[in-house]
Ligand binder design. Structure first.
Ligand code: SF4
Length: 704
């Protein structure tokens, strides 16, 4: 399919809500004949009901961007780039990879994927790493997003599906507790699903800032808990303490559907409301009211986001939220539940098909002998040839260019120079590699460091599937032809695999790759084996697990959890010391987050004029008292400094933020990159970096 003379139903290229849209031929060729321009219209679909946010409405601009990469680029001796032919470039990459593997072993080559890749690309990338390259060194940027919640979900429920229920179920909620998520900016059409709880006065938001989402709580009986950054685990322990102390928990549910009650009760016994209030800054009376309201009746949901998950204790924090939900008897009960709001476009599917360091397709452990046997048979390789578990993203990036580490890296769908924590050393390590190959649609900040840049197809130029935050598999459809010099990543991987003498065969047709993915996932947790493009194109809802003969699984946990005995596991958790002291010598706590008009590292949205004009630069949000103390006014330059970096940004002075906190959006590159200041300490369970707490010293910038 390639014609632009038809209307094409597809989905937004950005976030995990995967809003449905139709791409239409423009009434006239506004590009002066350069390329056909498409327009976007919203399409009725359960996640967005025809609504789109600014990013969705302007998404077609990505297709006609004059900044689009249109030919392979290779670095020249003088440090620049020149265009080159595909055959020559692929030959050179394969030769270099082969030489490095022979000299230094297969693990000297690494692969870094992305949570925005289609299911087919994520699957092909994992297979390519394990078969064509034979390396265990593969991970992806979803490690920075969903890994804590995923680990917590697997530990408690035996499965990780962001929302274990369709998003429409939230419409009937009377009470929704949102922890660390600002959906009013990150996915505005989602607000339609909160409207019922908001109208009922049941919207409760935990956030160090009075965010756009918090403002929704200010009419009626909604609540804002403005907890200090990094104290979410303590807050949840306090709420759990109250639920148990006041016997607000669902004893029958706990007795019949969970294990571990006694240990969790012991673990929260000393987290009295007053003690929790002292740590979090949330008054004890407010904590008691929230606990009582959460337990007050049916229709209660608890939803977490990156704000509480991106910590060195992120898995335990998500676990504490799950414990609370289980004690209240929410998961699996109609009209209530627990979930985590996935961020990246394919944040859910991207973690199911094998680009995680420890997983094989079907969301199965790479150490599981049965999973290895099954997947090896689908791939047509010897089971023993599949490497064991690799290392998570931050550790993988630490291995770049070090003796005995990774000498060559292939990057797909990720701009790690902007998105990785403590980004300064990451940049240096990438630049030190013997071979860095970056596949992208634009010349990203990571591409600028590459030896070879490969231009690839984007959303409306390709067929594929994505999986929404609710585990709903959906079709991405081609609406237009890519520029002539651009290739799909599936084609690139198949061509490289052939040149590398891969024992596994690679297909470049998305439908064929999806069929293989479905076979590889059969019997796994994320089982797609009953799905096909034909079924998805029929419009039938497709929630995994979807084995053959089923109609999918929109709601999980009605009868049992995915554990051996079918019961959920209550896991006692306790706060650990932070990786760095936050308040020493007058430091503020740096938190990072997102803006409505930008997406992730900004590679796409910074190139859409309407979006970038609205939010063209990074800034530091400060409380007025902080601004007064350091002597800066709104808009004046402020210096932020810690052991990892220093930057100067314009101040945005606002009473919407805590006195002890400074907020930076993380979408911006170069000297304004928030991740120059963030910590690369990681959660020992999930490998999640701590993006949400870092000590930073703030002062008025000296004007030379
Ligand atoms: Fe796209 Fe997300 Fe906006 Fe929907 S909410 S239009 S999926 S960016």
């Amino acid at each position: 399919m390639s014609s632009t003379a038809v209307h094409t139903d597809t989905h937004c290229p950005y976030c995990a809500l995967q809003c449905a849209m139709t791409l239409n031929p423009a009434p006239h060729d506004a590009t002066g004949g350069r390329r056909p321009l498409l327009t976007v219209s919203g399409r009725d679909f359960p996640t967005n009901r025809g609504g789109l946010c600014k990013k969705g409405w302007t998404a077609a601009e990505l297709l006609d961007s004059p900044e689009r990469l249109t030919a392979p680029l290779v670095r020249t001796a003088d440090g620049g780039f020149r265009e080159a032919a595909w055959e020559m470039v692929l030959d050179r990459i394969a030769e270099s990879l082969t030489a490095i593997r022979v000299e230094s072993g297969t693990d000297a080559v690494g692969v870094f994927g992305g949570g925005g890749l289609t299911n087919e690309k994520a699957y092909a990338l994992g297979k390519f790493a394990r078969t064509a390259l034979g390396t265990s060194r593969i991970d992806y940027n979803g490690r920075f997003c969903m890994s804590s919640a995923a680990a917590a979900g697997n530990r408690a429920f035996g499965v990780d599906r962001g929302l274990p229920f369709p998003v429409e179920d939230l419409d009937g909620a009377a009470m929704i507790l949102l922890l660390g998520t600002n959906v009013a900016e990150t996915m505005p059409p989602f607000l339609g699903h909160l409207a019922g709880a908001q109208a009922a006065g049941g919207l409760i938001v935990v956030d160090p800032r009075r965010s756009a989402t918090v403002r929704l709580t200010e009419e009626g009986r909604g609540m804002h808990l403005q907890a200090a950054p990094g104290t979410d685990l303590i807050l949840l322990l306090g709420l759990t303490h109250i639920v148990l102390a006041e016997k607000l928990y669902d004893a029958a549910f706990v007795a019949t559907r969970t294990n571990g009650f006694a240990a969790v009760r012991r673990s929260v016994s000393t987290w009295y409301p007053e003690r929790v209030a002292a740590s979090t800054g949330v008054p004890a009376a407010q904590l008691r009211e929230v606990a009582r309201r959460l337990a007050s009746g049916a229709g209660t949901y608890i939803l977490t986001g990156r704000g509480v998950e991106q910590h060195v204790d992120g898995t335990d924090t998500a676990t504490a939220a799950i414990n609370l939900a289980l004690l209240l008897g929410l998961p699996g009960r109609p009209g209530s539940g627990y979930g985590t709001l996935t961020g990246q476009g394919n944040g859910q599917g991207g973690r199911e098909h094998g680009q995680k360091s420890d997983q094989l397709p079907g969301y199965r452990r790479i150490t599981d002998p049965a999973a290895r046997r099954h997947v090896a048979a689908v791939w047509g390789v010897d089971e023993s040839s599949i490497p064991g578990p690799g290392i998570p993203a931050v550790q993988l990036l630490e291995q770049l260019g070090v003796p005995g580490g990774i000498r060559a890296l292939l990057v797909h769908g990720s701009n790690v120079v902007v998105s990785a924590p403590n980004a300064g050393p990451v940049r240096e390590r990438l630049a030190s590699l013997d071979l860095l190959v970056v596949s992208d649609i634009f010349f990203s900040e990571t591409a600028a460091l590459a030896d070879v840049v490969l231009p690839v197809t984007q959303w409306a130029e390709e067929e594929g599937t994505m999986t929404s935050l609710e585990g709903r598999v959906i079709r991405r459809r081609q609406a237009t032809q890519p520029p002539g010099g651009v290739r799909s990543e599936l084609w690139i991987l198949s061509e490289l695999a052939r040149r590398l003498g891969s024992p596994a065969r690679f297909d470049s047709d998305a439908s064929a790759v999806f069929d293989e993915l479905c076979r590889a996932s059969a019997g796994g947790i994320a089982d797609y084996s009953g799905l096909s493009y034909e079924l998805l194109d029929s419009g039938a809802p497709a929630f995994w697990p979807y084995p053959p003969g089923s109609t999918g699984t929109p709601r999980l946990f009605a009868d049992r959890f995915f554990t051996l005995d079918g019961r959920a596991v209550l896991v006692p958790v306790t706060p650990r010391p932070k990786a760095e002291e936050l308040h020493r010598d007058g430091a503020l706590t740096l938190i990072t987050g997102r803006l409505l008009e930008q997406y992730q590292s900004g590679t796409q949205t910074r190139r859409v004029a309407e979006l970038n004009d609205a939010q063209p630069e990074a800034f530091a949000q400060l409380h007025p008292a902080t601004a007064a103390r350091i002597g800066v006014a709104d808009g004046q330059p402020v210096e932020l400094r810690n052991d990892r970096g220093v930057m100067v940004l314009p101040a945005r002075v606002s009473a919407d933020i805590r006195l002890d906190t400074v907020f930076l959006p993380f979408h911006y590159p170069g000297d304004a990159s928030a991740n120059l200041l963030t910590q690369d300490a990681t959660d020992p369970i999930s490998g999640m970096p701590d993006f949400k707490t870092a000590a930073v010293h703030v002062r008025a910038a000296r004007v030379e």
